[in-house]
Ligand binder design. Structure first.
Ligand code: ZN
Length: 280
């Protein structure tokens, strides 16, 4: 973690090269590649944390501690990155835009932590970005529940398994009373909590990634009917971002949504097949 900020400094010197054509995007000011690479690097924290939680390699206590530490520490790197990326990249397609505002690019007004934050996007990507953040805001309560409840359950199960494995390392059934004790250090509730986490989070991210498309078909009228968000549906009104905003600026929303769709389908399958197996 502390090594992270040092990594961009290892980039190759670009000065002897002639400037590329401006339309190449990545050539913007010579820092475009670095900006994109840093975004990818910061994004990789997320699958790493999920690996530690879902696969929880032994010792479980170390996986849990490392995962929570990375999860909490990630924002301190990702937020400054967001501040740097927002004026330069399209929030939707992640393209590095020309330095000055031109007719080919616009901004989208978001409320990040309650503060009005104009973020840049291609002119053509303003509409899908607006639609997505509008949907996210309207569906924020079920989406939050769908992420945080299974996450808390899994973290609780990991903590209980870590404590259980300290209490009874000899395999003498040191698990929690009333729960099926598995092999030593691997209580029976942990696989179920993991499968439930994957199933519910898979369903939630799939709902987010596909749901905003349904909103487009439903038209502008009724989709933003959720109480406080009602004003946000109007053209030009800034849209609150109900989740940690920095995660949307690492790879851009479009790529993130495809990851949600693919990983979401995989996790729904993993979680559902666990419970179907246990029924048969
Ligand atoms: Zn774009």
């Amino acid at each position: 973690m502390p090594a992270m900020p040092a990594m961009p400094a290892a980039g190759p010197p670009l000065s002897p090269r002639p400037p590329r054509r401006p339309s190449a995007g990545l050539a913007d000011g010579g820092g475009g590649f670095l900006l994109q690479a840093t975004g990818v690097l910061l994004f990789l924290f997320i699958p790493l944390v999920l690996y530690l939680f879902v696969r929880h390699p032994e010792p479980i206590a170390a996986s849990l501690a490392a995962g929570v530490g990375l999860m909490l520490g990630h924002r301190f790197l990702a937020r400054p990155y967001m501040v740097r990326a927002m004026p330069r990249k399209c929030v939707w397609c992640n393209r590095v835009l020309p330095a000055a505002l031109d007719p080919a690019a616009g901004t989208l007004d978001l409320l990040v932590g309650g503060r009005l934050t104009p973020v840049r996007c291609c002119a053509a990507h303003r509409a899908p970005a607006r639609r997505f953040f509008s949907f996210l805001n309207g569906a924020r309560l079920p989406l939050r529940l769908g992420i945080f409840v299974p996450l808390l359950l899994l973290l609780g199960a990991l903590a209980a398994a870590a404590i259980g494995s300290w209490g009874g390392p000899a395999g003498g059934g040191g698990g929690t009373p009333g729960l099926p004790g598995g092999a030593a250090g691997a209580p029976g509730f942990l696989p179920a909590a993991t499968a439930l986490f994957q199933l519910l989070v898979g369903l939630t991210v799939s709902a987010a990634a596909w749901g905003y498309l349904l909103q487009r078909r439903a038209g502008r009228g009724g989709a933003d009917s959720d109480g406080a968000a009602a004003g946000a549906g109007g053209a030009g009104a800034p849209l609150p971002v109900p989740f940690p905003a920095h995660n949307f600026f690492l790879l851009g929303v479009r790529v993130l949504l495809w990851i949600f769709r693919l990983v979401g389908a995989w996790w729904i399958w993993r979680g559902a097949s666990f419970f179907l197996r246990s029924l048969s």
